[in-house]
Design a protein around this ligand. Structure first.
Ligand SMILES: O=C(O)CCC(=O)C(=O)O
Length: 277
């Protein structure tokens, strides 16, 4: 099977940018930081900008998250994101935020995407909920989140984009279910021990095996909920090379999507056409 889509006709450079944040328990402050960094990215020429997982809030208190959770398509967070995407004319992959669910004390962990006209393009609910226990550190997302069950992609003039959130990265079958994307965006908040050991390795593996760009915006540093996150937001090319990385601090990671390079790698090594199912 040939790859169904080719974007090698695109001459204009396309810039992809990941925003790295140190989110606190003050959602209005976090939103202001996100708006500032997204604006900087767009002013520097980014067409697609992506925020990290949990960008509006990392709080010890579940009540804070439940209070912030909005209905899809309503509420101050979503209004601000939509207005920003429209004002800047960018594709905005809005990391993740909590949306209300049918279960009273649980939310989803949802990535909303806005197009350059400000309209919501897709919604992706994190499918694989994180569970981890080591020393003092433990996470059990299943206790307070409802998982999604649908892989999600969306099409742009510069290619097909697939979505995954953080822990999803460890489940390669999800990425195969996306059916050949050109860019994968993985909003994350990796722990320090698992990040040190696996973050770059997993992201590069997903880039190599799916022959696509991987843009991974991350949380960084110490947070109000006691969490420490690994940072190291990355942009990786379809050959698995790291194009740009921000180890520490808030800021931006950017680089250009090169459609010719993408097409060349797939032509030279058509591994996706050699699958035996
Ligand atoms: O997979 C990991 O090591 C980290 C996952 C994580 O922190 C998350 O899903 O929030």
């Amino acid at each position: 099977m040939m790859h169904p889509r080719s974007f090698s006709h695109l001459d204009a450079a396309v810039t992809l940018t990941a925003v790295q944040m140190n989110t606190s328990d003050d959602w209005q402050g976090n939103l202001a930081t996100a708006e500032k960094l997204i604006t900087q990215a767009a002013e520097a020429g980014a067409q697609l900008v992506a925020l990290p997982e949990f960008f509006p809030l990392l709080s010890k208190k579940l009540e804070d998250r439940l209070a912030l959770a909005e209905e899809e398509g309503q509420g101050p967070l979503q209004e601000a994101l939509s207005a920003l995407a429209a004002r800047l004319g960018i594709w905005l992959v809005a990391g993740s935020l909590p949306l209300k669910t049918y279960v009273e004390d649980k939310t989803t962990n949802t990535c909303l995407v806005y197009g350059p006209d400000g309209r919501q393009v897709v919604r992706y609910d994190k499918i694989h909920l994180f569970g981890f226990r080591k020393g003092d550190e433990s996470y059990n997302e299943s206790a307070t989140f409802v998982p999604g069950d649908q892989p999600v992609t969306f099409d742009t003039p510069f290619g097909r984009v697939g979505l995954a959130i953080c822990y999803d990265l460890r489940f390669p079958e999800l990425f195969r279910a996306l059916h050949q994307v050109d860019v994968l965006v993985v909003p994350s908040a990796f722990t320090v021990p698992t990040g040190q050991a696996h973050w770059e390795l997993l992201l590069r593996a997903r880039a190599v095996e799916n022959q696509c760009y991987v843009l991974a915006p991350a949380q960084v540093g110490s947070h109000a909920d006691g969490r420490k996150t690994w940072g190291h937001s990355l942009l990786i090319d379809p050959w698995g090379e790291v194009m740009s990385c921000l180890p520490e601090g808030e800021g931006l990671v950017s680089g250009e999507l090169n459609a010719q390079r993408l097409a060349e790698i797939r032509r030279q090594l058509p591994a996706l056409n050699h699958r035996r199912l």
